[in-house]
Design a binder for this molecule. Structure first.
Ligand code: NAP
Length: 258
């Protein structure tokens, strides 16, 4: 019999986590470092990334800071190149950075907001995925790519329609790339968080009325914490999920069940 899964760890793995200066990305970066990975912290704000790096190092982990605007494919390709140069390889990519500049009826969206949402949430995600996948193919190595979608990627996104479209497209990208890269041992999966207490969702989760409504509709009875998503991201990055690809896991406390 093949050896059972004894523990989930990321020893000897290198992981890029985009949008790791706060929120869900920060929780994933801490979790990966605690599990033994070397972590590349990437977002726009160097000072915030350095704060996360210092926290990780204080806990005995290893991380480096690489500021990057993930909506710019050239910067994203540079990020992957620099990560490989720094740590010698990349095994795991978490496409977590995202933007949602427009809140309102879809018919009123301005093109500038449309373009920005598609650039950061899709073009940059694809640029990072392609660069990491090519690196893994060149190395002949397996790898894990994790795309942070949303429950709004699997249901209607009232007043967040363009964001919702990008999160749905992300799941489509996940499935096609899982098919194309599977034969090379490269797994691609998506996570669909529900409502998580971060700056991103602050307009909803910090409003007492809306928050109570959401909690009331959630079987697990609370708004999520960033670390609630990190465990799933750890599983998907690790060899424990070695037969899992093309999946889109909902982690929402059950709010989409009815
Ligand atoms: N919170 C929720 O309820 C929820 C629900 C479903 C899905 N999600 C998804 O979870 C992911 C993380 O969101 P979060 O809630 O943790 O949000 P957050 O706390 O606001 O963090 C967003 C992160 O993305 C980075 N970022 C934003 N624009 C960027 C850009 N152009 N280039 C590089 N980095 C950029 C930010 O860093 P800088 O400012 O330093 O660039 C920050 O680190 C997103 O993909 C979001 O769609 C969140």
């Amino acid at each position: 019999m093949t050896a059972p899964v004894a523990r989930i760890d990321l020893q000897d793995k290198v992981a890029i986590v985009t949008g790791s200066s706060r929120g869900i990305g920060e929780a994933i970066a801490h979790t990966y470092a605690t599990a033994g990975a070397k972590v590349v912290l990437a977002s726009r704000k160097r000072d915030q990334l350095e704060r996360v790096q210092a926290d990780i190092e204080k806990n005995g982990g290893t991380a480096t800071v690489m500021p990057c605007h993930t909506g710019d494919p050239e910067q994203v390709e540079g990020l992957v190149k620099d990560a490989v140069a720094h740590y010698g390889k990349v095994d795991v990519l978490v496409n977590n950075a995202a933007t949602n500049p427009y809140f309102g009826p879809m018919l009123d969206v301005q093109w500038a907001a449309w373009d920005k949402t598609f650039e950061v949430n899709l073009k940059g995600v694809f640029a990072a995925t392609r660069a990491v996948a090519k690196h893994l193919l060149d190395r002949g190595a397996p790898g894990s790519i994790i795309n942070m979608s949303s429950i709004l990627g699997v249901r209607a996104g009232r007043l967040q329609g363009v964001y919702s479209m990008t999160k749905t497209a992300m799941i489509s990208m996940t499935k096609t790339l899982a098919v194309e890269l599977g034969p090379n041992g490269i797994r691609v999966n998506a996570i669909c968080p529900g409502f998580i207490r971060t700056a991103f969702a602050s307009a909803l989760v910090n409003d007492e009325g809306i928050s109570q409504l959401l909690v009331g509709k959630t079987p697990l009875g609370r708004i999520g914490d960033p670390v609630d998503i990190a465990g799933l991201a750890l599983y998907l990055a690790s060899d424990a999920s070695r037969f899992v690809t093309g999946a889109a896991y909902v982690a929402d406390g059950g709010i989409t069940l009815e």
